[in-house]
Design a binder for this molecule. Structure first.
Ligand SMILES: Nc1ncnc2c1ncn2[C@@H]1O[C@H](COP(=O)(O)OP(=O)(O)OP(=O)(O)O)[C@@H](O)[C@H]1O
Length: 946
């Protein structure tokens, strides 16, 4: 990234230098640069204009330039030109108002009347209004996206067709050109087409033609497409006939769209006992009638500019591989290669080398294929050095990571208009009032950024091969790099041993290799599975970004209609990796802070937004960090507003358990083993509601619950969360409910044995220690990952984790896609989830109620257990001098507060909090804080940081 930035800035520098040298040599550097920029802007503006416009404006521009030159005025602001034009139109409007409406009898008045009436006939009377409207429009709308040409063309066409109609009716009987007749008909303007058409076709047909043209011009003015006309008529009929019909339609639409949402009190089949009914009337906004701007409103309204909303051109979250510090300058890079070349004694490279770099160049020019980029094992052949020498001699073709393809951003503009609806939280952006009668459209994959083609070999790889070979030579190990596989972030070098050489001779060199390649993250695989060779994985210094768009556009993803498919990234061989979330069926994502968890969750959610309709997948997003998932606020896939309060999250999980049970009841009732079969049978019309029931049987959507930070939930309501997760994970697969749990604290108190046992698929990003890696993957390895999306992926059923570079999706892409879906449908939230949370809040009892008079002794017990990290009842008996029954009760109280785990028979209980958290624990037991981790207590006395 750093290199890309510096090279682009140096490029800019060169360009400006070139411009300077071609400009006036007398100017100072600063002036000159500024001048170059202004000129180039202006040139760019003129260059973008079509030829006809340039020709048309050549004379006025030339005149203006001459006046400015004479008056000594500098460059003008193009805005003034527009204002000037509007001003002239307003003045003309006033003049024609005087001549046409008040018929002022001066010479100018008469001249203007002759001019207007001669041109427009009797329509000259509307000329002042016409000019005023056009001036008003130009004043309010400017720029490329203003639609001015279309709207002004519409108005001119309307005027022309009316003039032509008048001409056809009133002047076509006079065969010939008679200005006095035309002045009282459609003027010269109408005569041009009106009379000829009336003469050649008959008056009636000419009029019909012009009426059609007039209607078309109205469509142009109102920016209405022909296909929208039925909607317009429908809306008009609604307005005239009252809202009753509309409400019925709305209900029907909702029934179709959310078929499983059983309404309260509509006599439908009840869900299992205790399951809150699926109340379809769950959206406040639904009470408000949909409002689409009317026909006349659109005649004059200002078109919202795509960039007039709150969106930025670029977001901080667009940047992949962000570094806290960047290196600048080229000297450092030059120095890097030089000493090693000398020390290794490798012969200098041939200056006319070809081959390798050529291959790299070819890749650079390769069109971006939507299919899987084939990666073949690059064979270095018998003599790798020749190739290296040649490639280095060329010294080009390096693919630097970090640069995004600006063209790939796609020209997807924001949809028109935004409202406050659906935000409801985090001050999120607001979607337009969606027209839900239209079929739902998935966002176009072209909206996502295209990455560079995968490079199979770069000079950086050759440098590493040289360093490896040097190391083997220096330590007199008979081993040779015979090939390598370049992935986006890591390359696996294949090393073959000479006869009789022990594998340990290479594995023992790990630290020396790390030193030689200047990377601490060297991983040695001995052997590479399925090969008699050792694999050495070394991070690429020129990492590639794996764009989610490329993963989703791959053949593999395109050919899979599964709405729950997530684009994970690329493996070390450069193959795209996708994951079927239904098969996971639950996924644990863990890694240290900054390792790429949130980026993965973004990619996963974006995969769903891009591929699944809200009818197919519904989401519950839990974001205790509050900012990570806020971009998704208001998407129609959401079942509840994004949950940020960990306590409410625990309630939502409970709701999921009930929903799942209800689904099970349904499956049982209809005799299906899982939701997939049930949905299939419903689609084929093989499932019918029992006779007498009004219920419509419809496919169930998948339900995906994403928790961005599990630790926060576990701290608040460990037992509830754990038991909900356990129940969901055990049963959810058949019911189409799937969990994705992420945490940056992969310690045993967060990722408990119970959770681990029930979540079979794991995705480990870089961890800070081998212990953390073991907690997630049951094996080490994640601690050697290089961060920023580098991950070990262990899907269910696979014995060994695969190394992947996670896919990246920028914030701008997320916002575009989110806006696209939000403008189509409103989210239909389930109120019962929120109700459960509210009721739980109401029922919150005094946290110290069950402790009674034992508070002091309980605090002592907590202190003992936490400081000794030993959860033994007999220890409490001894140290606190209490009986067995009391010690047992104290231990149960500690369990209910999440201090110790459940009883494990005669063994001591697991202690779930660390000694350093003792002050928070004591405050929590005393009821001063809401949770063991919360910083400030309910009465504000305790600071969790203490
Ligand atoms: N797949 C990726 N490709 C490129 N860069 C990435 C990728 N994933 C993460 N990064 C880089 O790493 C930074 C941190 O990533 P991210 O926010 O996903 O980490 P995190 O694990 O969620 O951290 P935290 O737990 O603190 O939220 C990103 O801003 C980005 O610069």
């Amino acid at each position: 990234m750093a290199r890309t930035t510096s090279s682009s800035s140096s490029q800019e520098h060169k360009t400006s230098t070139r411009r300077r040298s071609s400009g006036s040599s007398k100017r100072t550097g600063t002036e000159d640069t500024a001048r170059t920029r202004v000129l180039s802007d202006d040139e760019r503006l003129v260059g973008e204009e079509p030829l006809w416009k340039k020709l048309l404006l050549a004379i006025p521009r030339g005149f203006g330039a001459a006046v400015r030159a004479l008056a000594g005025v500098g460059e003008y602001d193009p805005m003034y030109r527009r204002d000037g034009l509007c001003f002239v139109m307003v003045v003309l409007s006033v003049l024609f108002c005087a001549s046409e409406w008040f018929r002022v009898n001066g010479a100018l008045g008469r001249f203007l009347h002759t001019l207007a009436a001669g041109t427009f006939g009797v329509m000259s009377v509307v000329l002042p209004v016409f000019l005023a409207i056009v001036a008003f429009r130009l004043m309010r709308n400017a720029g490329k996206d203003s639609d001015n040409p279309r709207v002004v063309t519409g108005w001119v066409l309307l005027l022309w067709s009316i003039c032509s109609i008048i001409d056809a009716v009133m002047a076509s009987d006079t065969h010939g050109f008679d200005l006095s007749v035309l002045e009282n008909a459609g003027g010269v303007f109408g005569f041009l087409l009106g009379s000829p058409l009336a003469w050649g076709l008959s008056k009636v047909f000419a009029v019909i033609v012009f009426v059609i043209v007039a209607l078309f011009s109205l469509l142009l003015i109102t920016r209405t497409h022909v296909q929208d006309l039925p909607d317009c008529f429908h809306a008009l009929a609604d307005r005239l006939g009252g809202g009753a019909d509309r409400d019925d339609d709305q209900d029907e639409d909702d029934d179709e769209q959310y078929p499983n949402e059983v309404r309260v009190g509509d006599g439908v089949m009840q869900m299992a006992e205790g399951v809150p009914a699926h109340d379809g009337s769950d959206d406040d906004a639904e009470a408000q009638p949909e409002h689409k701007p009317g026909f006349f409103a659109r005649l004059f309204r200002r078109k919202p500019k795509p960039d007039s909303d709150d969106r930025l051109d670029e977001y901080a979250g667009d940047e992949a591989f962000s570094h806290a510090a960047k290196q600048h300058g080229e000297a450092a890079e030059t120095r890097l290669g030089a000493p090693r070349t000398v020390s290794s004694g490798v012969s200098p490279m041939a200056p006319d080398g070809t081959g390798i770099s050529q291959a790299v160049d070819d890749h650079a020019q390769m069109p971006v294929a939507p299919a899987i980029v084939p990666t073949s094992r690059v064979s270095v052949g018998n003599d790798p050095w020749a190739a290296i020498a040649q490639s280095d001699a060329r010294g080009d073709g390096t693919q630097t990571a970090g640069a995004t393809d600006p063209e790939g951003t796609g020209a997807y503009g924001a949809s028109e208009g935004q409202t406050d609806e659906g935000a409801g939280q985090t001050g999120g952006q607001t979607p337009a009032e969606p027209d839900e009668s239209r079929p739902y459209q998935l966002p176009d994959l072209g909206m996502l950024v295209k990455g560079k083609p995968h490079a199979m070999r770069t000079p950086a790889n050759d440098n590493v091969i040289r360093a490896l070979t040097d190391t083997f030579q220096q330590f007199k190990v008979d081993a040779k790099v015979v090939g390598f596989l370049r992935g986006p972030s890591v390359t696996q070098y294949e090393v073959e041993l000479g006869p009789g050489v022990k594998v340990e001779k290479v594995t023992n060199l790990q630290r020396n290799i790390a030193y030689a390649v200047a990377s601490s993250d060297v991983r040695i695989l001995s052997p590479i599975p399925g090969k008699s060779a050792i694999g050495i994985e070394i991070p690429n210094i020129d990492r590639e970004i794996v764009h989610l768009g490329d993963v989703l556009r791959s053949d593999k993803a395109r050919n899979d209609p599964n709405p729950m498919l997530a684009g994970v990234g690329k493996d070390v061989e450069g193959h795209f990796v996708t994951a079927d979330l239904t098969k996971m069926p639950h996924l644990l994502v863990a890694g240290a802070t900054g390792s790429g968890k949130s980026s993965f969750i973004n990619s996963m959610l974006m995969s769903i937004i891009m591929r699944a309709t809200p009818e197919q997948v519904r989401l519950i997003l839990v974001d205790p960090k509050r900012v990570e998932l806020s971009a998704y606020a208001g998407i129609p896939h959401l079942l509840t507003p994004i949950i940020t309060d960990p306590k409410h999250a625990a309630q939502a999980l409970e709701w999921v358990v009930k929903e799942m049970d209800a689904r099970y009841d349904d499956l049982q009732f209809f005799g299906f083993r899982n939701m997939k079969d049930f949905n299939k049978a419903v689609m084929e019309g093989k499932v019918h509601a029992p006779a007498g029931s009004k219920r419509k049987v419809a496919p169930y959507p998948y339900l995906l619950v994403v928790v961005d930070e599990m630790a926060d939930l576990m701290m608040v309501a460990k037992n509830d969360v754990e038991s909900s997760i356990q129940r969901i994970t055990q049963l959810a697969r058949a019911a189409g409910v799937h969990l994705v749990l992420a945490t940056q604290r992969p310690s045993v108190d967060v990722v408990t044995g119970l959770i681990k046992a029930n979540i079979p698929s794991r995705l480990a990003f870089a961890t800070s220690s081998a212990t953390d890696s073991r907690v997630i993957l049951d094996t080490t390895g994640a601690e050697t990952l290089i961060g920023q999306g580098d991950a070990l992926f262990l899907p269910m059923g696979q014995a060994r984790p695969i190394r992947v570079q996670g896919s990246w999706v920028g914030e701008s892409e997320i916002r575009k896609a989110v806006e696209f879906v939000r403008t189509q449908r409103k989210p239909h939230y389930r109120e019962d989830i929120e109700q459960m949370a509210k009721e739980a809040d109401k029922h919150t009892v005094d946290p110290t109620e069950d402790i009674g008079d034992d508070m002091d002794v309980l605090l002592q017990a907590a202190q003992l257990v936490v400081t000794t990290q030993f959860g033994s009842t007999s220890m409490l008996q001894r140290k606190l001098r209490v009986g067995f029954a009391k010690a047992g009760r104290l231990m149960d109280l500690l369990e209910s507060r999440g201090v110790v785990g459940p009883s494990e028979g005669s063994k001591a209980r697991e202690v779930l909090v660390q000694p350093q958290d003792l002050p928070q624990v004591l405050a929590f037991i005393e009821g001063k804080t809401d949770s063991i981790v919360s910083g400030v207590g309910s009465d504000g006395e305790v600071d969790g940081e203490a």
